[in-house]
Design a protein around this ligand. Structure first.
Ligand SMILES: [Fe+2]
Ligand SMILES: [Fe+2]
Length: 373
């Protein structure tokens, strides 16, 4: 049984030095190569063996949209105003930090001007990470088309490749035309994407991408959609979420069948993979690169952000899709409930009975909105 240290490289979840030791050193590289050693599988069984996946495939075909024509790119974005509005909205959503907690920190003397600049950088960073994550999804789904042994899943995954291409396209365009700078991929996110691509087992690509990365993305997009009143980004996120909800459903529907037949030892490996992914995603949200750009040493500020209780509900809510989906897959309680214990330790178990995404995608569909538009 691997220890916490062997799994995530540190014994203490909040070990700042260990978290910061993972940095992105090739920030100017144009390419990043990962060896993908998985088998490409043909199937000659073209029968309708999995109607739920076929239904999702039909939904995907009907749910396509065009990033160029369905979004109004003529909308002008005043990023400073957006940052200020976001701060106000975050206060009303209970997601803004308590200044008293930072009284002895490097940001204690920050004025509104610095906080607005921080908001702008934070948005540049967040959208940049969304963009890189979307490319990760594009590569992973292309891999799933090859590696999943089921015909219905190959058909569905092909629609997701198109969806992810569209997401990369719209996030890149929004960053280029409406925001004020790019950030390279966060090292924790890159390590996670590398692990997912590198794994030879097809179900691990599903688990890493469809359940963990996309589950977190769906929650993060939902939060930003709620936070922002900028109309172009709001609509863009709404459209992307309609696709992402299907993607997470694809993972849940496919893996349920696979995991129901697994031994406790096999389930345990999946639980460890899921937990490692959860920790990497948690680390990436510390946005160390934004602090650096603001001239604040991450080493000095992270002890404050890691213990900032006012931000806990936001950080935890990022797991509001992942935990119920893991429960539905039997990953929480399988293998003696190892993952239940870990999710309890990182403070996210309270979401276990929230609605899972196996069925929820209907609620995110665009049909209703299009009919009234
Ligand atoms: Fe996506
Ligand atoms: Fe996706």
């Amino acid at each position: 049984m691997p220890s916490m240290e062997e799994m995530i490289g540190r014994a203490d979840l909040n070990d700042v030095e260990a978290i910061l030791s993972i940095t992105n050193t090739d920030v100017h590289a144009v390419e990043h190569v990962v060896k993908d050693e998985a088998d490409a599988i043909f199937t000659w069984d073209y029968s309708l063996a999995r109607p739920a996946l076929r239904k999702l495939y039909e939904k995907a075909k009907a749910g396509q949209w065009n990033g160029e024509t369905d979004l109004d790119w003529s909308i002008e974005v005043d990023q400073e105003k957006v940052a200020e509005e976001n701060r106000l909205n975050a206060t009303s959503l209970g997601a803004l930090s308590d200044p008293a907690h930072y009284a002895d920190s490097p940001v204690a003397s920050w004025t509104d001007k610095e906080w607005t600049e921080f908001g702008i950088q934070s948005q540049n960073w967040t959208l940049s990470q969304f963009l890189h994550g979307e490319q990760g999804a594009l590569l992973c789904t292309a891999k799933i088309v090859e590696t999943v042994p089921w015909y219905d899943a190959k058909l569905y995954a092909s629609t997701q490749v198109v969806d992810e291409a569209r997401h990369v396209e719209v996030f890149a365009k929004y960053l280029n035309e409406k925001l004020s700078g790019h950030y390279p991929i966060n090292a924790h996110l890159r390590e996670l994407l590398d692990d997912i691509i590198r794994d030879t087992r097809w179900d691990m690509t599903y688990l890493g991408m469809q359940i963990m990365v996309e589950g977190l993305a769906l929650a993060a997009f939902g939060f930003m959609h709620q936070l922002t009143s900028e109309p172009l980004l709001k609509k863009l996120l709404r459209y992307v979420m309609s696709d992402e909800a299907r993607h997470v459903a694809f993972g849940v529907l496919s893996l349920k069948e696979v995991y129901d037949g697994m031994t406790a030892a096999e389930i345990r490996e999946r639980q460890e993979f899921a937990f490692e992914a959860a920790v990497r995603m948690r680390d990436r949200f510390l946005q160390q690169e934004v602090w650096e750009r603001m001239g604040v040493s991450p080493k000095e500020i992270l002890p404050f952000t890691l213990t900032d209780k006012s931000r806990l509900p936001f950080q935890q809510s990022l797991f509001s899709k992942i935990v119920p989906n893991c429960k539905k897959l039997g990953l929480l309680d399988g293998a003696d409930g190892w993952l239940r214990q870990k999710f309890t330790e990182i403070g996210v178990i309270q979401f276990e009975d929230w609605v899972d995404t196996g069925e929820e995608y209907g609620a995110f569909a665009l049909d209703a909105e299009r009919e009234t538009a």
